[in-house]
Design a protein around this ligand. Structure first.
Ligand code: G6Q
Length: 536
């Protein structure tokens, strides 16, 4: 991989950008009646309309040249072939193997990992069935009514988002999530539950994560204090790569669901980490989620670059970031069930591409990952959309909706959809001073009523947010992130930036609980002293 700024297409894009910057999308639409057709792409019932981005046919051609010059097809091939593209940890990135039902052979380090994947999927299928149908019972013989997933980061955000997104498909059992080391979260969750009918799923790839271990110990005390130590067997299962740690915790490794180093935390919901999803919606629906992701994988692997959804979105992301200097991106699902999608994508995107050192160990001299945030529409409209429409900062956005709701209630869904359509139109078109005046705006208020427009957005529409479509949507974002990471020549699969704070917290924790001398800066020392004093 190369420094992208040295590629000929990058240089041409810089020149092209000088003209493109002055163009308004309102004029682009007015002068090209085929713009939607030109800049939209479909995959089954998924429609991706990227025509409301600040692109011309020349922009797209140059961006596609950039993809060729950066050898994105080669990079895609390397990922699917299991090459160690996570170069700082010398690991392959094989989450795509987890959802490939068609393939019987996926080699990693000379070993075919497919039989192990299939074995764990089978184990998940049987276990989720037993829990859902009252065949797996608590220590007192009671049926399991509530499952609590304890995990954090990649061992929480994906399953939590998917369980919420597919709540319509929920069967028999309620699934809860605890991630924060803040004792409030576990206290509030278990307060409402009966230990005799509660099953804890402890999700930790490493089995060393402080937050998860602490919450798991609290859960273990809650169960054993009431039901006795022998109850662990029926009330705890583990999702981990660390059999020894699981067994030392007291969970029989027969009740452990394995996964592997090559499934990165934030890409692991397709693995054993997806067990809470399978328990919530049933294994057949979980399989549909995998199949949807596989459909996107197949498209990503085979579609020409110019029709390849993740490639197009990744290229537009780079265009926005590096050429139009758009530093933030909003994810705006017009679907209440997708309310955790922005939180999930914050990790997927920002932990993957929030990097400033390239794959060769050199500091990059260009921008990488954008700041990502979002809220379901229409709530966001009554909150931060003011800045989207009229702020000094230009922000790109993704609007996501389905034509049909699972809860069609009178006019609710048409009204929701009208906002899904109108907001991108307003962001693109804006309102001129003349238009404001024509609408009777008094002269002194005209400046406030002008909308510059020209704010880029992409709209993604499905028929319904089924498990299959959710799989497609998530895989689309995973691959978009991959494309951007490859174009930026960074490793999207490590996360060294989360370590320093953790290291310092270990030291501070001991200091908060003792009188030890402090050797930090004056602010940190003073804050520790304050806490000591207030908690004395
Ligand atoms: C994700 C990261 C990180 C990880 C958590 C939990 O890609 O690696 O978010 O998932 O730190 O780690 P464990 O699963 O090991 O507890």
């Amino acid at each position: 991989m190369k420094n992208p700024t040295a590629l000929p297409a990058w240089k041409k894009l810089q020149q092209h950008c000088q003209q493109a910057k002055g163009m308004h999308m309102r004029d682009m639409f007015d002068s090209d009646k085929d713009r939607f057709k030109r800049f939209s792409v479909r995959l089954d019932d998924m429609l991706v309309d990227y025509s409301k981005n600040r692109i011309t046919p020349d922009t797209m051609n140059l961006l596609l040249d950039l993809a060729e010059e950066a050898d994105i097809p080669g990079a895609i091939g390397d990922m699917f072939a299991g090459k160690p593209i996570n170069n700082t940890e010398n690991r392959a990135v094989l989450h795509v193997a987890l959802r490939n039902a068609a393939k019987s052979h996926v080699t990693y380090d000379g070993v075919n990992v497919k039989p192990a994947i299939d074995k764990v999927l089978k184990q998940m299928e049987e276990f989720s069935y037993k829990v859902q149908h009252g065949q797996w019972r608590g220590a007192t013989g009671q049926r399991i009514t509530d499952v609590v997933n304890i995990g954090i980061g990649g061992s929480d955000l994906g399953p939590r988002m998917a369980v919420e997104a597919l709540k319509h498909y929920r069967q028999n059992v309620r699934v809860h999530f605890v991630s924060n080391v803040d004792g409030t979260e576990i206290t509030e969750v278990i307060e409402r539950l009966d230990p005799a009918s509660t099953l804890f799923v402890i999700s930790s790839k490493s089995w060393t994560t402080q937050e998860t271990m602490m919450n798991a110990l609290t859960a273990r005390c809650w169960i054993t204090d009431i039901l006795g130590p022998q109850a662990i067997e029926k009330h705890f299962v583990a999702l981990s790569t660390n059999a020894r740690g699981v067994s030392e915790f007291g969970i029989d490794t027969d009740n452990m669901f394995e996964f592997w180093d090559w499934a990165g935390g934030r890409y692991s919901l397709w693995s054993a980490i997806g067990l809470p999803i399978a328990i919530s919606i049933g294994f057949d629906n979980f399989r549909q989620l995998l199949n949807g992701a596989y459909a996107m994988d197949t498209h990503f692997l085979n579609a020409p670059l110019s029709e390849n959804i993740p490639v197009i979105l990744g290229l537009i992301g780079v265009w926005n970031t590096n050429f139009l200097d758009i530093r933030s991106h909003a994810v705006l699902p017009y679907d209440q069930y997708l309310h955790r999608l922005p939180a999930y994508l914050q990790q997927a995107d920002m932990e993957s591409n929030g990097k400033s050192v390239d794959r060769g160990g050199k500091r990059v001299k260009y921008s990488t990952g954008q700041v990502l945030f979002g809220e379901p529409g229409t709530n966001g409209q009554h909150s931060f959309y003011q800045l989207l429409h009229q702020g000094t900062e230009i922000i790109s956005s993704d609007f996501i909706a389905s034509a049909w709701s699972f809860n069609e209630a009178g006019l609710h869904h048409p009204v929701l959809l009208s906002n899904f359509i109108a907001q991108p139109e307003a962001l693109m078109r804006g309102k001129t001073a003349d238009e404001a005046k024509d609408q009777g705006c008094p002269d002194n208020l005209v400046p406030y009523k002008v909308f510059e427009g020209n704010r880029p957005s992409t709209s993604i529409l499905f028929d319904r947010m089924t498990p299959f479509n959710l799989g497609k949507l998530i895989a689309m974002y995973e691959h978009k992130i991959f494309v951007q990471g490859m174009l930026w020549n960074i490793n999207s699969y490590d996360q060294w930036g989360v370590q320093l704070g953790k290291e310092l917290a270990t030291v501070v924790c001991e200091q908060i609980m003792s009188d030890a001398a402090l050797g930090h800066d004056s602010s940190t020392n003073a804050m520790i002293e304050e806490i000591r004093h207030r908690r004395a």
